[in-house]
Design a protein. Structure first.
Length: 314
């Protein structure tokens, strides 16, 4: 059976994100993969309402779906994504980060939280990989959260990112076609995706540039100063994306390097086990909020003041 590879973009029609994505997909097609291509501009995607009825249902062992399932195209697209072996996301950078059209789509994935759905037997486990392309008019400096923002949306559906491209300095529609190196790199992503697909899941590894980004774990380029976490763990420096913890050290050639601590991958968000620790944190942070009638009564009483507070809109 042919491998399935899907491309998802939120860029302008026939422009940079689409073209780079199609270049990568063409390699997969040539290698015999069955290709699906989706530009989110052609679909209706509503905002997550924040109701959390999906996860409340999952907590009770049921797949209740999303309250918007019948109202837009998210479910149809997720069913297609779940059927894939690999998905390549290619998204324009707006205001330093992935554009809103993509984020709206991605932030509707809570109802499709694969680990939960697998645990309650609603879906079968399948190892899937992802390639990420962020496309902007500027250099890295004005795309500082672009790939990182895309990476952050991979956890909910448990996609293993094996390659990433930051496409810089392509503001004009289709301008990437003037950059042979960039087009070749997109071609290479197609090759990397096919290599990863044909590798047993446990042996799949990062295939992008070895020295990409600060973080040797997820290759993000974003570090933050650590603060004590809910369970007392405190790293000096954390990766903003995967949560790896460690410190900065100077190498022999005088460059700074992020070195992950011995227990630094304890809450690795790219890993199911690490992410599961966040579920414990959510429970801790809620502190029995929903189960304690005293809390609920206190909030109801204090909320009245804010309900009564009215300001003019526009
Ligand atoms: C609202 C808006 C905000 C943008 N913000 C950024 C930005 O912060 N950084 C950047 O590098 N490019 C930015 N751009 C430029 C686009 O990322 C660039 O034109 C890109 O090629 C669009 O991809 P597309 O051709 O696939 O649509 C912005 C464009 C728009 C329309």
């Amino acid at each position: 059976m042919a491998y399935k590879v899907m491309g998802v973009t939120a860029g302008r029609k026939n422009s940079n994100s689409e073209i780079l994505l199609k270049e990568a997909l063409s390699v997969c097609a040539e290698a015999g993969a069955e290709i699906t291509f989706v530009n989110l501009h052609d679909y209706n995607i509503l905002d997550c309402t924040g109701c959390t009825s999906c996860t409340i249902g999952m907590g009770q062992g049921k797949n209740v779906g999303c309250v918007l399932d019948e109202k837009d195209d998210k479910k149809k697209l997720m069913e297609a994504i779940f059927a894939q072996d690999a998905v390549i996301y290619s998204v324009p950078t707006y205001d330093l980060m992935p554009n809103a059209m993509y984020l709206r789509f991605a932030q509707r994935s809570l109802a499709f939280e694969t680990a939960f759905l697998e645990r309650i037997g609603a879906i079968e486990h399948k190892d899937r990989i992802a390639g990420l392309i962020a496309v902007g008019g500027s250099t890295r400096s004005w795309q500082s959260m672009a790939l990182e923002g895309l990476q952050a949306t991979m956890f909910t559906t448990d996609m293993k990112v094996v390659d990433m491209i930051l496409a810089t300095k392509v503001p004009g529609p289709g301008q990437c076609l003037l950059d042979d190196e960039l087009m070749a790199r997109a071609h290479k992503m197609g090759e990397n995706i096919m290599t990863a697909i044909q590798t047993p899941p446990a042996e799949r590894k990062w295939l992008g540039e070895e020295d990409m980004g600060w973080c040797p774990n997820c290759h993000s380029n974003a570090l933050i100063l650590g603060e004590p976490q809910w369970d007392g763990i405190h790293y000096e420096i954390e990766c903003a994306v995967c949560g790896a913890g460690g410190t900065l050290e100077k190498t022999e050639d005088g460059k700074w390097k992020f070195v992950i601590a011995e227990n630094g991958l304890y809450k690795d968000r790219t890993d199911l086990e690490g992410r599961t620790r966040h579920v414990i944190e959510i429970g801790e942070n809620q502190g029995g909020f929903f189960a304690n009638p005293e809390n609920l009564a206190k909030v109801a009483a204090r909320r009245k003041k804010y309900e009564a507070m009215q300001f003019k809109g526009v």
